[in-house]
Design a protein around this ligand. Structure first.
Ligand code: ZN
Length: 256
């Protein structure tokens, strides 16, 4: 007999997995405080046999929230100093879904052979390598056509000129179109029955139900569950940050 405590319910609420009704299997028992916790929130308790519970859990586990990334740059600390001044440190403006990552107050201008993009957000903290992530549509504006790559894989990618409010720099490589990916914790990975490097097949549940057939899974203790796509992909599928996509297969095979 397993006991479900109030603090367990609070954790589920924070993770967004607290369902209404709340299903309790016949080998689980709620503490009185846990009962009160659910009653105070108008959540009904439903007893179910184990088979049905597993189906319920499975259903919840098969959705992933979407995070849409606009064009942005990651800078090395050397490049931060060139663009913004000696000893300069980026100023956090808004925290991002992945712990420790932030959108900085600082923005730059990206200049390519055909045109420029202004007010491009810098993301922090500073990294080892400078990387510039744009969409294919942005590429037409600046006249640069980068490959689709996972973050960090910048060998052989095109360069660009980055202008800050103190100086500018031309990098010889580092421009990519980010390959879509899912961040998840080892715990999520267990639920989804995947490991780092696997690929999920996910589908938008919008009026443009686009299927993304090769979504790379990235597992890390510090990651929270998030499906990262760029603006072009979001617009093609009518998706926005916070929407859910459905997992419909993995590693090239649709679920039966
Ligand atoms: Zn990401």
């Amino acid at each position: 007999m397993a006991v479900i405590t109030e603090s367990h319910l609070r954790t589920e609420m924070l993770k967004g997995t607290l369902s209404n009704p709340y299903f309790v299997s016949n080998n689980h028992r709620l503490t009185p405080a846990a009962y009160d916790f659910l009653r105070d929130r108008g959540i009904r308790v439903k007893k179910l046999d184990n088979h049905l519970i597993e189906q319920g859990v499975q259903k919840q586990a098969l959705s992933i929230p979407v995070g849409v990334s606009n064009r942005h740059v990651h800078l090395s600390s050397d490049h931060v100093e060139v663009l913004f001044g000696k000893g300069y440190k980026l100023t956090p403006y808004r925290s991002l879904s992945q712990p420790g990552q932030f959108a900085a107050e600082e923005t730059v201008v990206l200049v390519g052979p055909k045109g420029s993009l202004s007010r491009v957000r810098v993301l922090g903290p500073a990294r080892d390598l400078t990387q510039i992530e744009i969409s294919r549509s942005d590429g037409f504006i600046v006249g640069i056509h980068p490959p689709v790559r996972l973050s960090g894989a910048i060998d052989g990618t095109p360069g660009i000129t980055i202008v800050g409010n103190v100086g500018s720099i031309t990098v010889s490589q580092g421009v990519i179109i980010a390959k879509n990916h899912v961040h998840m914790s080892p715990n999520d990975a267990r639920q989804f029955e995947v490991k780092d490097g696997d690929c999920l097949i996910v589908q938008a549940t919008t009026d443009r139900p686009v299927i993304f057939s090769e979504v790379v899974v990235r597992v890390n203790e510090r990651f929270s569950l998030d499906f990262h796509i760029d603006i072009d992909e979001a617009n093609a599928a009518n998706l926005k940050t916070g929407d859910l996509v459905k997992v419909i297969g993995k590693n090239g095979k649709l679920f039966g």
